[in-house]
Design a protein around this ligand. Sequence first.
Ligand SMILES: [Fe+2]
Length: 381
Amino acid sequence: MVNAQRRLLLSSALSLLLPRMAFSNERNQGWQPLPSGKITKIAFGSCAKQWEPQPIWSAVADIGPDLFLFLGDNIYGDWHGEKSFVPTAESLSADYRQLAQKPEFIAIRKQVPFMATWDNHDYGSHDGGAGFELKEVSREIFLDFFGEPSSSPRRRRDGIYDARIFGPEGQRVQVILLDNRWNRSALIPDTRSKAEREALGIFGSMGHIPNEDPAAALLGEEQWLWLEQQLRKPAELRLIASGTQIVPDQKGMQEWGNSPFERKRLFELIEQTGAQGVILLSGNVHFAEVSKTDEGPHPLYDFTSSGLTHVNETYPNMENRYRVAGPFVEQNFGLIEIKWEATPGPVVHLKALNVDSAAGFSYQVELGDLSKLTGQTSWQK
Ligand SMILES: [Fe+2]
């Protein structure tokens, strides 16, 4: 309680100090209101270099989703293409301003409502976690940019996590955005040689090994408690989104596999709460794929889309024993299409689309299969 009050005081003080340059903190100024009716199309994506052209927003606009989920590296605040640096309030604000001025982004903002969480680069620290000193400031700038009202509980939480439920009973879609930065314990660097790592199918220079300490945090206790409460709310389809991948755990990149106890805890929480219809969403890796695991109470798919402005040709070669679709290695965004009226039951299509709205892959999931009770989902009871 004392901590919560301290945070509230600190964030109020910060909001007076921070520069209010190009954006207001009210959602209705420049952002579309969140949808109120049935949801059939949700688009999402991650990793957008604010200094590069962003033609992919026109492809998103052509699809006309009900909602867009921005899943991190929404700007690159600690890196502008050369050497990493420590951002300031002014530099972060300037980076968001650069995004806000992109013509394609201006257009999509006028058409599609957004929800957003962050990953490392928009948080403002490459391997950033709980120890990032600018996090209170970064939270204010992030929430200001995305039009979060000044009264929002997100401004007082230990992180920017958020959740909403859309649509009528029987066709409810719950969107849960996690914060995997604010409370995360320090990562353990992979000190194995390049040759050893490559023999394991791990490429790139910034690897991490799993932290086997059960006390190592990813979400933090307040967020876990909040997440449990969200998962107990009724919904037919639940999208749980994280900046980093949840199911794939072999890449050694920043991923839930760095925190194996937290990864298992998520699967166990889904089981304990009886939450059905869960699909996981993620970004970060600079290509698109769908992964599937049987570690949860029902098949759990992790649909990854990254990046909106750039891809990496090497990362898709890394091992992923869970992959069932992809890799798709073009600039891409993800699309979740829900056919509520399909027979014998609703069907969800997971598609990775490129700058021409062409599908790199399309993977079909029966909503009835995302249930412990095969063939009996909550809307059929
Ligand atoms: Fe990225």
